[in-house]
Design a protein around this ligand. Sequence first.
Ligand code: AMP
Length: 435
Amino acid sequence: MPTFRAPRGTRDLLPDERAAFRRLESIASDLARRYGYREIETPIFEDAAVFERGVGAVTDVVEKELFRIARRTEEGESWALRPEPTAGIVRAYIEHGMQTWPQPVKLMMTGPMFRHDRPQAGRFRQFWQFDIEAIGDPGPAIDAEIIELGRTFYRLAGLDDVQVLLNSIGDAACRPAYVAALIAYYEPHAAQLPALERDRLHRNPLRLLDSKDPAMAELNGAAPRITDRLCAPCAAHFQAVQDHLHALDVGYRLEPGLVRGLDYYTRTAFEFFIPGREGGQQALGGGGRYDGLVELLGGRPTPGIGFGLGLDRIVLALQAREPARGVDAGGAAPVAVVVGADPEATAIRLKVATDLRAAGIAARADLSRRKLGKQFESAAKDRAHFVVIIGDELADGNVQLKDLEAGSQQLVALSDLARKLVSGERSHRHGGADH
Ligand code: AMP
């Protein structure tokens, strides 16, 4: 038999790590609720054209990294796994007539994204994002709201020092002249450019600015800056975003080289970084304004802004800083384990545990046919607070309840067991040494 492994660039999230992701997801949904963003779920795959048009046909994400699904339908559709959430959400916004809802429509989603990237640390082929979109608000205040929301998310996740990098990449009025100036600037150096950058010079020249190739650093440092060439409305918008960030006390650093990889961005662009890592490949998350995207996908012209924050990189950052925080074993321990003096009497143990679960208590029945001592050992390994022991007292409707932490034991009526466990657990939580 061959040995099967998860596909290259993907991985299994084992329970401790999955719990760390779950913790981030619940912080995300709590924040979304507080900020008024409602959850949406779009399919994991879409018509590939949603990404080709929406994200842009000459972006890395579409050109090199799109996971196309081989099957073609009779209608000639071709599908692809979503490499990012925004294009699909905007497709849904148009399809379901959300233009008629009160604007802006504020949406949130968490889920897996797929990019056929070269796998390396922090770069996977299936990764998870927390995504926020506000569609139908031209800003600038909402731009600041979203950046502040992102920063708060990192804080609650346990990364207090995440830095915001901010830029404006203009719009259809001012960007074309800037792109022309950029090409004119790089062109005399074309022969010396690294191959990737030379290839991008005419196809997607903005991307040269955020090249990670050290050979580009000097040239990029002296390149024309978009923020010096914004049209008056874009410049005013950019200034107002900054004023709102000041009002919210959100620190940021202006980064003229930040252009984001996807075509749909206009004006505000931002990324979140761990301080000291800004020069590297790995933003923790990023987003921006996409005022042309709804129209590009066939809707009425509608402004929008959002972010996608990668969860994998947060978990990696937490693991690197404080190994215990990157995993989360919380919630795994049962409150009670039901054991029995008669190793064969598994049915009554299962019945008692089932009744406790119905009363809302995390209970495990020891279903082995091991001796009582062994059952106790495994309850201790489970880190259960209580052990329910079923023995001869059952004839009178009673069981023994042992508090493993306090070391005390009492006779309890089976009919009173759930209530005793609930109040015992509450006092463990409030008074216990480890809580
Ligand atoms: P992007 O849309 O490329 O800026 O991605 C937004 C965020 O998603 C990034 O900042 C990362 O946190 C995460 N991300 C993007 N691509 C990957 C990947 N291949 N593996 C893991 N995380 C990723």
